[in-house]
Write a new protein. Structure first.
Ligand code: AHG
Ligand code: MN
Ligand code: MN
Length: 323
């Protein structure tokens, strides 16, 4: 039987590539892996909880209020990171401000993490793929944690990735040395290397955009969409960024969330969505821009900042910019 590489073996193997690594990043990835499995378990029960056991705000057997899945995911990822010491602070789409860990194990944590714990929340109750997105930075000052730790441009990310809870559950990540994908084997609860060294095709046949907003888009984007139709390209839009992104990464394509007249910065968040996926796509040979600037070079000014996003196959991203 061919040898299967598990995620834990892979993490340890890669650690050897960095001779001065202390193992902290490996620990951090291990905690993400654990939280992903817990969320995966809940995702698979989501239908049961809402349809058979009552509404999301019902009480469970312990008398605790049942949590919505995005709150559950947020709590699980934060708890997993708090417990193992590599992370000193977390910023999440679900929290107004960043959270500094004050437990002794975390005080010296070298990293901060920005995350979207549950991406695609409108798809939770309808059995459609959802995800988690994470972005890892080195903290700036060993003495203190400040908002500035999270306002580093995306090109300073140490690692980034996502989990997609789909027809199978996958964890895809990069530490700046290529992109690798791991599929969860639910029978043994182990992520196995299934997609080594992922590369996005330079061109593709899929465009992903919420066309309901077509008339609000800038002219170059409308022109590009018209061109896609003339070429009879495939329109594919799940409404979970992670799932749309993952499909386009494998098959070649472009995902667009442009700004509109009312919302010039679009909807997606720079820290939790655009930056981590931009690092992944560039490591896989693709590109990501906000329409004028490379996503990874944007200087964040606030935690929950939004930005337009054009991400995917490099030839397609280039073309939409030309308009
Ligand atoms: P979230 O569930 O984390 O708030 O993100 C939802 C995002 C993204 O996943 C998706 O691509 C986009 O919102 C869909 O927005 P529209 O419904 O406006 O197309
Ligand atoms: Mn999201
Ligand atoms: Mn979310």
């Amino acid at each position: 039987m061919a040898h299967i590489t598990t995620l834990s073996e892979f993490i340890i193997e890669r650690e050897k590539d960095f001779p001065f690594a202390s193992g902290d990043l490996s620990q951090l990835l291990t905690s993400i892996r654990l939280a992903a499995k817990l969320v995966n378990r809940e995702v698979n029960k989501a239908g049961l909880v809402t349809e058979i056991l009552g509404e999301a705000n019902a009480h469970n057997i312990q008398g605790e209020k049942q949590q919505k899945l995005d709150v559950y995911a947020n709590d699980r990822f934060i708890a997993a990171m708090r417990n193992q010491g590599a992370v000193c602070a977390v910023a999440s789409e679900e929290n107004d401000e960043h959270i500094v860990f004050d437990n002794p194990a975390s005080l010296d944590g070298k990293y901060v993490v920005a995350m979207d714990p549950l991406d695609g929340s409108s798809n939770i109750d309808v059995n459609v793929s959802i995800g988690t997105i994470f972005s890892i930075y080195r903290r700036l000052d060993p003495e203190k944690v400040t908002l500035d730790d999270f306002l580093q441009p995306g090109n300073q990310q140490v690692a980034a990735g996502y989990v997609v809870y789909g027809s199978s559950t996958m964890l895809v990540y990069t530490t700046g040395n290529g992109v690798n994908g791991f599929t969860l084997d639910p029978s043994i609860g182990v992520f196995c290397l299934s997609h080594p060294n992922m590369q996005i095709p330079a061109n593709g046949n899929i465009y992903s955009v919420n066309e309901g907003n077509y008339f609000e888009f800038p002219e170059n984007v409308r022109n590009y969409i018209d061109g896609c139709k003339k070429k009879k390209m495939s329109a594919r839009y799940i409404g979970s960024l992670v799932a749309d992104f993952h499909r386009n990464l494998l098959k070649g394509g472009i995902y667009m969330y442009p700004g509109t007249k009312d919302k010039p910065n679009g909807k997606l968040r720079l820290l939790y969505e655009a930056n981590p996926l931009a690092m992944v796509i560039e490591q896989a040979g693709g590109s990501a821009t906000d329409g004028t600037t490379r996503i990874l070079d944007l200087q964040p000014t606030e935690l929950h900042q939004r930005c337009p996003l054009f991400i995917g196959s490099s030839a397609m991203v280039e073309e939409v910019m030309k308009g």
